[in-house]
Design a protein around this ligand. Structure first.
Ligand code: BGC
Length: 709
């Protein structure tokens, strides 16, 4: 439909119809009948009210959604189609590695392909909108939702968020296989205090703008069509009713023109926060703040119409929100084609298809991070290998936000090893219990693989931990096995960095496998046996212990920095019992073979505004197998009017090197990359000296200095 017709349509709608467009309920309200059946008393559904909310949450499947759409458009006086929205975060039927893992690929192009595959499957199942990417920066692995984030770094998160938006939406959301993407949770949900889910945040204005808002801003710039509000407060205001956040920052500053949707019941929860008196007050505040759709709360459904009739809210406010929803429907082509791509045949062809299984495996080849290897890896088929730990046979590898994943087809580590390495002498003890048989077998083995960590039920929304150390039974299992055979390979599964200092010290190899998705254990098996060279890099630092949290490589220098000396140094900023730095930092990860960097060279040591510096290195694969290397660029501002981080990621270039191959990698440094918020919150750069590092990880000392004039 032509855009101008949307305005005519809007003008023809009753108040009740308009409000309906702003209400989202889940499938439990839409039974077989043609009317809404309120399952929850608080929604006070009027008996016989037609099925005509503007959107539906979490329903899926081509047949189901085609039937539902038919009923909903028929019940709507202007036959306006409904939007079907759901969480397709890291896959629909085929699950790909969880986002924290995708971050570890350091490869946004991979995240884009994964999102495009997820979109194809979900679109065939009749969905129109996905609640992804989750762009919340996170420094605290007590928070179970680390799993859904691409990590701790603003630059990397921004690249990942924009890549995912491109992957879901393509160039035109009306095209086949595309979804509208919804970035979430606006804003700074990853900063919940003490890692406790739904908690408040305490952020300085600088931290909010310079670290937390960067990735949402990138998603907006990439054309994301929706933004979801966050459950948390910022500056003591719930995000969902914050006019400053939703209007001043999101719309005026970032230029977002799409639809804002609340998180699940977040408008109603402002009553619990104590900032709204009741449902009516919550509805008023959320509307005024600019939240367009009310997900799963009775606030808009029951109160917006009255608020307008009574003149408390102007109708123009409602119109503005409804028009945005209608525009989204129109841009998806739903007025002409209400079921969009819903197709049982395409579901058959695409769901868990071979190409997507292969992509799930390929993705995990790049998301798995080798953290330690004293030469025990890769394993060989001639060896006797014992595999212990319940996670070796756990189907919970897909992560909780591929909610529709076909978990019956998940490949476990055991399945992958048995299928790919049939000639290997493998014995499995897929339990966290210690048995005499296990210890006897382990004692005779050439290597013992210990599969430790957490499965998908232990990580995700509301799965906060106060202690990120491994559970006692897993630690005991490791110690018992290690006591009979020191040749251990520890594989860590999970959706967050766990603290494993004792194990990291003793084990001969340590692999961070995250939750690798439907077929990711094939990649893990291939990495263990050396058919694939690992290239993942940590997207979040692995701390020594819970007490180091929150932690980031991009820390600030204090007035009393700890000298380089090992151990505790009194009256400097450090701990008595652990180092300041994490066990393994952001950007860290090993490969097989040897990758050698030349010293970094700058083509000039003076940067002018409008000019550029080229920072180059050569990188050589001195090993005998192909290698993928994520070359990383970091910069530090050595003197500024406000304190600056000790280093910050500013670029990544992932290159593939054949054995013996050398490549030149060049980064271009320009003045806008050096900007930050000064004391008056102006986004500026300041002349002075800078250090640039180009290297393998955030610890690299391969540096040179330059001056910004
Ligand atoms: C989560 C969101 C999700 C929504 C809808 C909420 O509980 O916080 O991330 O998109 O549910 O499923």
């Amino acid at each position: 439909m032509e855009d101008r017709k949307l305005r005519e349509l809007l003008d023809d709608m009753t108040l009740e119809e308009k409000v309906d467009q702003l209400v989202q309920l889940n499938g439990s309200f839409f039974g077989k009948a043609d009317v809404l059946t309120g399952p929850d008393a608080k929604f006070h559904m009027k008996e016989g009210r037609p099925l005509r909310t503007g959107s539906v949450l979490g329903e899926h499947g081509a047949a189901r959604l085609k039937a539902l759409q038919e009923k909903m458009t028929a019940a709507q006086p202007h036959h306006i189609p409904a939007l079907f929205m759901a969480d397709v975060i890291h896959g629909y039927k085929t699950a790909f590695p969880v986002p924290i893992a995708l971050g570890s690929s350091f490869n946004p192009a991979l995240a884009e392909r994964v999102s495009a595959a997820a979109a194809r499957e979900a679109a065939a199942a009749g969905l129109h909108v996905t609640f992804s990417p989750m762009a919340d920066l996170v420094h605290d692995s007590r928070w179970g939702r680390c799993m859904e984030s691409t990590g701790e770094d603003p630059w990397l998160n921004a690249r990942m968020a924009e890549a995912m938006v491109r992957g879901f939406q393509g160039d035109d959301i009306a095209l086949k296989g595309r979804l509208a993407s919804c970035v979430k949770h606006f804003a700074a949900y990853g900063a919940v205090q003490a890692g406790r889910d739904y908690n408040v945040t305490e952020l300085s204005e600088h931290t909010l703008f310079e670290d937390y808002l960067v990735s949402y801003r990138a998603a907006v710039k990439a054309g994301v069509r929706l933004v979801m509000t966050a459950f948390n407060t910022i500056d003591r205001r719930p995000c969902t009713t914050s006019r400053r956040l939703l209007r001043d920052i999101l719309r005026d500053d970032m230029g977002f023109e799409g639809v804002v949707i609340s998180d699940y019941s977040a408008i109603e929860e402002t009553i619990s926060h104590g900032t709204s008196l009741d449902h009516r007050d919550a509805a008023r505040q959320a509307m005024e703040a600019g939240c367009d759709i009310d997900m799963m709360s009775p606030c808009y459904l029951h109160h917006v119409e009255d608020l307008i009739r009574e003149g408390v809210l102007p109708e123009s406010l409602l119109d503005e929100a409804v028009l945005r929803v209608l525009q989204l429907k129109n841009d998806l082509g739903l007025f002409e084609n209400p079921c969009k791509d819903a197709s049982e045949e395409d579901e058959q062809a695409l769901h868990f298809c071979e190409a997507h299984q292969a992509l799930s495996r390929e993705a995990a080849e790049e998301t798995t991070v080798l953290l330690k290897n004293e030469g025990i890896l890769p394993l060989s088929e001639g060896q006797k290998i014992v595999v212990a730990g319940s996670l070796a046979e756990d189907p919970g590898m897909t992560g909780s936000w591929a909610v529709f994943a076909d978990t019956s087809r998940t490949v476990t580590l055991r399945m992958a090893l048995e299928e790919l390495y049939p000639d290997a002498d493998l014995s499995f003890f897929a339990s966290d219990d210690i048995s005499d048989v296990l210890l006897a077998e382990a004692a005779k083995a050439d290597a013992v693989i210990l599969a430790l960590g957490e499965n998908q039920k232990k990580t995700g929304e509301s799965m906060s931990l106060s202690m990120i150390e491994l559970p006692d039974n897993q630690k005991r299992l490791f110690d018992a096995v290690h006591a009979v055979n020191p040749h251990t390979v520890t594989v860590l599964f999970g959706g967050r960095p766990l603290a494993v200092p004792g194990i990291a010290e003793k084990t001969e190899a340590l692999v961070e496998a995250w939750l690798p998705g439907s077929c990711g254990c094939y990649a893990l098996a291939d990495i263990l046996f050396g058919r694939v060279n690992p290239s993942g890099r940590l997207s979040m630092s692995l701390p020594w212990c819970t007490g180091q949290l929150p932690i980031s490589y991009a820390a600030f220098q204090t007035g009393r920095p700890k000298p380089a000396a090992n151990g505790f140094v009194p009256f400097t900023s450090n701990y008595m019992d652990v180092p300041n730095t994490p066990l393994y930092p952001f950007g860290y990860g090993l490969s097989y073979g040897r990758c050698v960097y030349s010293p970094v060279e700058l083509d000039t040591d003076t940067l002018t505004k409008g000019g550029s510096i080229r920072a180059s290195i050569t990188v050589t694969n001195e090993g005998s197998i192909p290698l993928r290397e994520a070359v990383q660029l970091y910069i530090r501002d050595l003197h500024a009017s406000v304190v600056r981080p000790v280093r910050q990621l500013k670029g990544v270039n992932k290159v593939t090197l054949a054995p013996g191959e050398t490549q030149v990698v060049t980064f271009v440094i320009e003045e806008p990359m050096l900007r930050f918020y000064d004391a008056d919150m102006h986004f500026v750069s300041e002349p002075g000296r800078f250090t640039v590092w180009v290297g393998h990880d955030s610890l690299t000392d391969n540096s040179a200095d330059f001056t910004l004039e």
